[in-house]
Ligand binder design. Sequence first.
Ligand SMILES: NC(=O)c1ccc[n+]([C@@H]2O[C@H](COP(=O)([O-])OP(=O)(O)OC[C@H]3O[C@@H](n4cnc5c(N)ncnc54)[C@H](O)[C@@H]3O)[C@@H](O)[C@H]2O)c1
Length: 439
Amino acid sequence: MKISVIGCGYLGAVHAASMAELGHDVVGIDVDRLKVEALQQARAPFYEPGFEELLARSLGSGRLRFSVDMADARDAVLHFVCVGTPQKRGEYAADLRYVEAAAESLLEVLKPGDLVAGKSTVPVGTAARLAELVRGKVPGAMLAWNPEFLREGYAVQDTLHPDRLVYGLAPGDEGQAARALLDEVYATIVAAGTPQVVTDYATAEMVKTAANSFLATKISFINAMAELCEATGADVKQLADAIGHDDRIGRKFLNAGLGFGGGCLPKDIRAFMARAGELGADQALTFLREVDNINMRRRIRMVELAREVCDGSLLGKRVAVLGAAFKPDSDDIRDSPALNVAAQLQLQGAVVQVTDPAAGDNIRRSWPQLDVVDTAEEAAHRADAVLLLTEWKQYRDLDPVAFGSVVRQKRVLDGRNALDRDRWEAAGWSYRALGRRGG
Ligand SMILES: NC(=O)c1ccc[n+]([C@@H]2O[C@H](COP(=O)([O-])OP(=O)(O)OC[C@H]3O[C@@H](n4cnc5c(N)ncnc54)[C@H](O)[C@@H]3O)[C@@H](O)[C@H]2O)c1
């Protein structure tokens, strides 16, 4: 099928290359000329495991190209909208200007029978509004909402093998025709037996924000337990293991630590609250405000813990920060808890050296005031404290014996409860972590 993908960021670029991998003829459109040039030359503009190989393969097959010109989407019959929906400045609501701009420019190339399939995460009600616009301007063109659930770090795998497909469709014949097109584009995925949820626009939009709200709540729940553990001397890791054995609860997403960040969860729960307010249902989501508060408090607590460990003052103390992306296996630093902590430490007088296997260039660009080094050993050189803030495998696997020789003080703060405490303590380190007893 001839398809276009509008917006080639973390979501769109992976989607475009994956659709070409599935055999479709794909054009990726973005307004960012540099990004389009990089993609066209098979250079990934961001770090995502397996993506560069997939991109090279798809470009090599001749089924994928990128362009800044929407006119190149004219031949496509299915147009995926994958542009960003960030938080508005100074407000909780989502900023829909990119979605609106993408829709406006798509109207210039849409033909009767074409399907616009929204993948961006949008406030409930957006699809119905855009559908009116599309039908009003191009009679016979259709709209569906097909939210995306990929996880950065697993984006290729999640796009090619999603755990479900959600279609939000218009009622009647339009919905049936849209479904047929979506089933055709995802034929391989459908044939693999992937569960499908076929529903209306509002439910499809809400599936995404509800899923993210649930995940955020689960993380903040265990982090609230971590606060209690800190107050009582209990151990949150053992607590999580114990309650996680109950399969109604489950152990996943129950790791206490520095909390969530990134370009999705924080802004999605805030946009959900804002939308609930507009709909007169704000009480239903006031709990998300507390979920957000608990999450943000962990960053403050981490800084306090670092100060405690550094004998009560951060002034002039050398602090190594291992990990800066919002999660491992990504270079995404949007609302990164690790960077938030690193910046707070620096503002409070610490000499901070940050390192990250993938996010270095992004940090240098967006946070030029932070010192970025290439390796954990450089970051930890003569450090008074080492903070693990993003649990990349190479940091989890560090040898605490050898690593102990580069620091001034063997003090490690495990912001992700990801290190083997016994090993680090056996190598002479004092080990501290959120929600756990001091050594
Ligand atoms: N990143 C994820 O893990 C993920 C997962 C699921 C859903 N989402 C959702 O997907 C959407 C995109 O997220 P992202 O992380 O890819 O964002 P991103 O910022 O990485 O990418 C957005 C892209 O859209 C482009 N763009 C903006 N306006 C445009 C226009 N008018 N025409 C063409 N291109 C335009 C930007 O240049 C950018 O490259 C968001 O709604 C997000 O919430 C993201």
